[in-house]
Design a protein. Structure first.
Length: 365
């Protein structure tokens, strides 16, 4: 090997070494972890209407695998955040969380959620993010299997998988906006594939931080496409597709005048859904609309630098509007006439206590 080749080789080796070392240094940041444990009470875990509750008091019905409408639950959750500079001038961030919502006494309702997110910071309050959310299995309740000869009740279970991309950008000082697109795939168990749906949602959110208060306003539009509609089964002859508008507002503020509270927050969400079905042979969905109100209020207290706890109240109220009446059997041979509005409207209340512990892993730091 000539001297010139040796020099070139050494320069290349030294440059590669320096670049590799610089890259490794950009990876040398802490991994932050958050552990939380929530315990709560849900007054209506199956989202039963008042009509269905009254019916269950008077009859033995198979629409739920439980003796009660309500339940207490526990939610352990772990979140991991890692923010290396994979791109030299841009901060990147990996987020991962795993939770289990475990219902006591009604374990069929328990479920797990896995969430991952990757983001690139393009500037002050300017982020490009990609996320994935997966719910492997969720038990709704029991419904009539219309594809079976005896029309018996069967467990209705689905899985949910969402992919999202979002971009946030500052508008003026202390005000920034975010646009987000999400596609969600809902696939049901073999007895209820007629409900398989792909949901496309577009969301616009406006955030501000004035007077030591954080505010968020958002609006979204979603199209639920019933992809199994008219797929050959008797149950798929009706279209369960829908369109939905959502309007929301949330705020939280630090409190210094009350020693027992550090921060409080409120949230209000209104959803307006309209189904596409027009066939009179499907009175459950034909011309059906609903408005849903979700309200929540929470108080938070920081115990020390790593530990905090929170108390939250959530209320959900769905009001269904329909001109149709149906004969409800509920597993009996006797029809009970009622309106679709009475059958599908529901209300529920939740009380939640959560304790949160934050720490970091420093084996890379």
């Amino acid at each position: 090997m000539t001297n010139s080749r040796v020099i070139v080789f050494l320069l290349f080796a030294m440059t590669s070494s320096l670049m590799s070392q610089a890259f490794l240094e950009r990876l040398n940041v802490p991994i932050y972890t958050t552990y939380s444990l929530s315990t709560g009470y849900d007054s209506n875990i199956f989202r039963l209407s008042d009509f269905e509750k009254e019916f269950q008091f008077q009859n033995t019905i198979p629409i739920i695998n439980s003796d009660t409408f309500d339940a207490s639950y526990m939610v352990p959750k772990i979140s991991i955040s890692y923010s290396p500079h994979l791109i030299k001038k841009n901060k990147t961030q990996f987020n991962f969380s795993l939770l289990r919502n475990h219902y006591f006494g009604t374990t069929e309702k328990s479920y797990n959620i896995i969430y991952t997110e990757f983001g690139v910071k393009l500037g002050s309050y300017r982020w490009l993010k990609f996320s994935h959310r997966y719910l492997p299995e969720y038990y709704l309740r029991n419904y009539i299997n219309h594809d079976s000869n005896d029309k018996n009740y069967s467990e209705c279970i689905f899985s949910s998988e969402s992919f999202a991309i979002s971009f946030s950008n500052p508008i003026v000082k202390k005000i920034w906006a975010r646009v987000k697109y999400t596609r969600t795939n809902l696939y049901y168990n073999i007895d209820f594939t007629e409900y398989d749906t792909v949901i496309d949602q577009w969301n616009f959110r406006l955030n501000s931080s004035y007077f030591r208060m954080n505010n968020s306003f958002w609006v979204s539009y979603a199209i639920g496409d019933n992809i199994s509609y008219n797929s050959g089964y008797e149950s798929s002859l009706y279209d369960r597709s829908y369109k939905e508008y959502t309007f929301g507002y949330s705020a939280n503020k630090r409190i210094k005048s009350i020693s027992l509270i550090d921060r409080f927050g409120v949230s209000s969400v209104i959803k307006n859904r309209a189904y596409n079905e027009e066939s009179l042979d499907d009175p459950i969905h034909a011309g059906r609309k609903h408005i849903e109100y979700n309200l929540s209020f929470w108080l938070e207290k920081k115990i020390n630098d790593n530990l905090s706890h929170q108390f939250k109240i959530k209320h959900r109220d769905r009001n269904v509007f329909s001109d149709f009446r149906v004969n409800y059997f509920g597993g009996t041979d006797t029809p009970y006439p009622t309106t679709v509005s009475n059958l599908k409207s529901f209300e529920k209340l939740e009380f939640i206590y959560k304790i949160v512990f934050n720490t970091h892993l420093d084996f890379l730091f």
